[in-house]
Structures are given as C-alpha cells and as structure tokens.
Design a protein around this ligand. Sequence first.
Ligand code: DAH
Length: 341
Amino acid sequence: MEWDWVRLRQDAEAEVAGAATRAELEEVRIRYLGRKGVVTRALAQLGRLPPEERPEFGRQANSLRQGLEEAVARRREEIEREEETRRLREEAVDVTLPGVPVRRGSLHPLYRVAEEVKRIFLGMGYRVAEGPEVEYDWYNFEALNIPRDHPSRDAQESLYITDDILLRTQTSPVQIRVMQAMAPRLPVKVIAPGKVYRRDTVDPTHSFMFHQVEGLLVDRGVTMADLKGTLEEFARQLYGPETRVRLRPSYFPFTEPSAELDATCPLCGGKGCSTCGSGWLEMAGCGMVHPRVLEVGGYDPEEVTGFAFGMGLDRLTMLKYRITDLRLLFQNDVRFLEQFI
Ligand code: DAH
C-alpha cells in the first residue's frame, strides 16, 4: 500500500483544528494515535515492508505521530482557553443592568416633628430622656402632687392595668425619674418625647394615644423669665423668627406658678384665621416646678428652682403639615404617609 504522508498529515491536522471541544479532540486523537489508530497501524506494518523502504517509512510515520501529538496538545490548550473565556463571560455580572427597586419608606410626619423639636433643644444644651409607657400610678400622679382623690385625675381618664400600674397619661412622670437618677447633680436639663394614653373616644381631634414632649430644667436661680425665653426661642426656631409668645396664668398640680404658653399663629402671623381664631395658638402647659416635686426628685427647693413644660406633638405636627384630622396620623395609610417623603 502506498502512503500519501502529505495528504494524511493535512487531513489529520484539519481534523485536529476542526475539533471544537475536548471530547471531539480526544476522538480525533484516538482515531490517529490510539492503539488502533491510523498512525499506530502504519507503524505496525513496518515489519512487512522490504528492508530498503523501512527507514524512510519509519521516519515519515514517526514524524507524523510527533507532529500530530504536538498539534493535539496545542489544540487542547486553545480549547481550554476558549472554554475559560466563555465561562468567564457567562459568569460576568452586568453592573449596568437596572437593579431590583427597593421601596424606600420615610419618617412618619410625627417623628419628623419630634426630630425637629429634639434638634432645637439639643442646640440649647438639653439631653433627651425616656421613660416607660407602662408606668406606676405613683410616678404618673402621686409624685407629681396629684393624690388619689385629686380632681385633675378625672380629666385624664386613665387606662389602668392594675390598681398601681397604668398607661402613662402624660410624659411628666419622666421629670421624677430623671431627677431621682440625677440628684444631687446640676443642672438637670432634659426633654422627654413619647406616647401617652387616655381613655378617650377617637374623633378628628382626639385619640386614646397621642404624643407629648416634656421639658425640665433644674438649677440654681432658674426663673420664670428663663422659662419664657426658652420657649420663645423654641417657638421662633420652629415657626419662624417673627413668632411672638405670651404666658397666660393657669393651673397644674406640679407647677407653681403655672401658665399656658401661646405662640402667634404661623399660618396667619397672628392676624387671626380659621385655624387659630384669635391669632394665638396654645403651645404648651408650663410653670415653675413645685417645691414638693423638687423634693420628691431629691433636690432641696431652698437651694434650687426649675421650670417644666409639656406640649402636644400631634398638634404641632397637624399645624406644621396642615393636617385637619388627627386620625390620619395613626391609620398608616400609605397614600397619606407617602406625601412626607
Ligand atoms: N402634663 C400636662 C398635661 O398632660 C402638661 C404639662 C403642663 C406638663 C405643665 C408640664 C407642665 O411639665 O409644667 O396636660
């Protein structure tokens, strides 16, 4: 049999080059170089050739085998590189693809106003204090000069858990807790925002749960002028620099003297409108801390004085965002809440 070595090599090399995967390449390799492969079979014939032809035949066959082995090895490397490139391309993350949108929430309008109130008082050197919403009758009433039979208890329509424990009706008990924790250090200078609870029917201006911010300053020589100046500064930062305030005499069991603080209406600037009527809006109950309350707190009323105030956060929020129905604040209706993003 005549061997066309050139042709054979061309065919074999074309097949090696045409193998697209490692498996295909292996097939080609076996077909030529395997135990029953074309090249192997050619070499097996060597012995049957006339002696003078053997050296040339052997050289050709060996050169073909070597050439093919090298071609297969090269092609294998190529295929591996191609596979690697393809794998990397498939696994690549396209960072320019739009992501899965995350629905962003927003702060509740009440908490926005609370943050604003905190910011203003922190700027005046106050700290923020907290107290429990489930409170002892003693802290909520007794320690604040409101004994069992005191008529001002009736107005608070309290929600009791036991005879001694209730949902706090005001943030004022935090005054006692803070003083007891601080005494005898001075000054005591805190605000205490939080939820309060009263037995009440729900209507556009009432709820069984609402929010207050309490304020307390105790130090040597604190006067009613400090109280008025502090709340005036607060009102101006909250409503604008043209805001004016006034004190009206009032009564609270835990302050003496007691007052209500009014601020000029931020909507009409004090001229009078449908929201305020007279041009003035009630902003806080306040007064000089009663000597007995100072004593319960652990301070000597002969040595120190203090002022306190309490205001409704819900009312401030309704005014700021012109919300006319208190219930909207507590219904968690996304259509309402979304407006404050
Ligand atoms: N705790 C009072 C209330 O809920 C508000 C209040 C009035 C707080 C006068 C005070 C204050 O600290 O001095 O009606």
